[in-house]
Design a protein around this ligand. Structure first.
Ligand SMILES: [Zn+2]
Length: 154
């Protein structure tokens, strides 16, 4: 009898543990949903030197109008991303990294939470005034000028 009772208690404990884990798992998933957008672009850690610091310029034009690019991209409450904007020149992308690696325009868009391709728009991209088909795989470099010109499809 006692043995049977203990078995029931054990099953109950295991079941409760399972529930607790399930709740913890879904909670941490929710908490990280913002960071998951740009999981590949790390937050800068305090007290670690920058080994890369470069600036790339981005301008976006839609149907002939220059677009405002938010200067808060990559600046989150508790995290400054390795790719971010400051309140300086509009469209100036700062790449400040604590590891040596390449960052792409796609990484920037991922931090922004936007897509480079727009539905019903043709995109012409130039890098330093040269046409480029690299799209999101363009590697961000210092003193580089990236222009994205969108035109509504007719
Ligand atoms: Zn900078």
């Amino acid at each position: 009898m006692v043995h049977k009772y203990m078995k029931k208690v054990n099953a109950l404990i295991i079941f409760s543990l399972f529930l607790v884990l399930l709740v913890l798992f879904s909670f941490s998933k929710n908490k990280n949903s913002l960071s998951q957008i740009s999981a590949d672009v790390p937050c800068l850690l305090p007290n670690l030197p920058l080994v890369m610091h470069l600036h790339s310029e981005l301008s976006i034009e839609i149907d002939g109008k220059i677009q405002n690019i938010p200067n808060t991209i990559g600046i989150e409450k508790s995290c400054e991303r390795a790719i971010h904007m400051h309140n300086d020149t509009m469209g100036k992308i700062h790449v400040e990294s604590q590891t040596v690696r390449d960052y792409t325009l796609g990484d920037f868009f991922s931090v922004w939470g936007e897509k480079i391709e727009k539905e019903n728009y043709d995109l012409i991209m130039t890098v330093n005034n040269q046409p480029s088909k690299e799209s999101s795989s363009v590697i961000l470099k210092n003193d580089q000028k990236i222009k994205l010109v969108y035109t509504a499809k007719k």
